[in-house]
Design a protein around this ligand. Structure first.
Ligand code: NIG
Ligand code: FE
Length: 417
């Protein structure tokens, strides 16, 4: 039964309480068995264990639940650094999209890549994320935009799940934008998503969620309602890219369809926020996208005050958020959105677990949950966000197995530490 001792602060991130209640335990220890947490508490109260095989020393560091990046577009071909520069010189994200760049450019690049090559690229990204303490990643399709290529991306995610330890939660985003070959007949593209793509994904059980980008340059509220309804009918739970670039009734629709989450929300209305609170929809803040698009941030404090759980994720994609750095997303959630470090961390753990429908299994350090956690080289959560520096994650454990370990944190007694 492995034990982690000498934990300076254990941020358990239990769900109860307010956004900032992360239920920390000081001078703690953590015990797990067969991939599940069996005990955590003050080390002074550690029960006698007959079968204490491996023991790690956290060196007085911070231990957090494995981070959950609950919104990424992980599989894509190419990059779009040129657009980054265009935007810095004054062009807007929407203008670039209208001129055939943006998501459409990545669709072209992604269609040209094989399932195998996409998978290998995802594995590289995920290994880097693991070193940041990330143990679960939600990953969307959305750069295929025909049935063959959307299936290719989702099959790549299935393949990648078996190639590396980070757990993946797949989402169909066939309604990301209308692809260029259907621009003149968007209704038929919506029909294709409903009649062909969603059934094909459900038949192979390739996704748990169905997402739609509601925006001027993407889909209307009515189109999204039809698509999410068709997804729900075959068991794909609804999610939404809502009110990112302009106000568009996305938050209201998310509440209406009982979406698990509504993401972005920089332009969400007060009414939408109130309805999300009533519906229990998680608000996913994506501060890296806000930063890269140089927008005003979503009103995180208003959501928190309205008792909407706020999750924090990267939105990793080649356009609006070309970074998978959850630590940076958390720092921006503090400096940019005004969350406290504890509120931000709860957003990347137990609230993020809820945003991917896994709150019973992951997202907090509690007996019975998966032993997913990270050892962070900081004395506490506030210090970790405040003194931002690279390589703070010293060890990442997924399902009870050490999957990443920086030198200096080996099992006590092996002579390696
Ligand atoms: O979440 N908003 C839509 N989709 C992505 C951007 C994708 C891209 O630019 O390639 C987002 O920001
Ligand atoms: Fe996104």
């Amino acid at each position: 039964m492995p034990i982690l001792r000498n934990i300076g602060t254990l941020a358990t991130c239990r769900a109860d309480g307010a956004q900032g209640d992360i239920h920390s335990i000081h001078d703690a220890a953590l015990v797990w068995e067969e991939g599940r947490i069996v005990w955590m508490g003050p080390e002074a109260e550690l029960p006698a264990l007959d079968d204490a095989r491996e023991s790690w020393d956290a060196g007085g560091r911070l231990v957090i639940p494995g981070l959950i990046d609950c919104h990424t577009h992980l599989a894509f071909g190419g990059w779009r650094a040129g657009e980054f520069e265009q935007r810095l010189l004054g062009e807007s994200y929407q203008d670039i999209a209208r001129a055939g760049g943006g998501i459409a450019a990545t669709v072209e690049a992604t269609r040209a890549v094989s399932e195998e090559a996409l998978s290998e690229r995802c594995v590289d990204f995920l290994h880097a994320m693991l070193r940041l303490g990330v143990t679960t990643v939600e990953c969307k399709s959305g750069y295929g935009l025909n049935t063959e290529n959307e299936l290719k991306i989702l099959r790549a995610y299935r393949r990648v799940s078996a190639m590396q330890p980070v757990r993946l939660v797949a989402t169909l985003l066939g309604a990301h934008v209308v692809p260029k070959e259907w621009k003149a007949d968007r209704r038929r593209y919506v029909d294709l998503v409903i009649e062909e793509m969603i059934p094909a994904v459900a038949a192979e059980n390739l996704a748990e969620f169905c997402d739609v980008f509601v925006e001027d340059t993407a889909f209307t509220v009515d189109e999204a309602r039809r698509i999410l309804g068709a997804g729900s009918a075959v068991g794909l739970k609804p999610k939404l890219h809502a009110d990112q670039l302009a106000p568009g009734g996305g938050a209201e629709l998310a509440a209406e369809v009982r979406a698990v989450s509504a993401d972005h929300l920089e332009h969400a209305s007060e009414a939408g926020l109130t309805e999300m609170a009533r519906a229990g929809t998680v608000a996913v803040a994506l501060p890296l996208a806000t930063l890269y698009l140089r927008q005003s941030p979503m009103a995180a404090r208003r959501f928190v005050d309205a008792h909407v759980p706020v999750a924090v994720a990267t939105d990793f994609n080649p356009g609006s958020a070309p970074s998978y750095d959850m630590h940076l997303a958390l720092l921006l959630a503090c400096t940019f959105l005004g969350l406290t470090p504890s509120e931000a961390l709860k957003g990347a753990t137990v609230h993020a677990a809820r945003a991917v429908g896994r709150e019973r299994d992951i997202g907090s350090v509690e007996p019975g949950k998966a032993a997913d956690f990270a050892v962070i080289d900081a004395p506490d959560v506030t210090h970790w966000m405040y003194h931002f520096r690279p390589d703070t994650c010293r060890m990442t454990v997924v399902d009870g197995t050490v999957q990443w370990e920086a030198p200096g944190l080996s099992p006590a007694g092996t002579g390696r530490c």
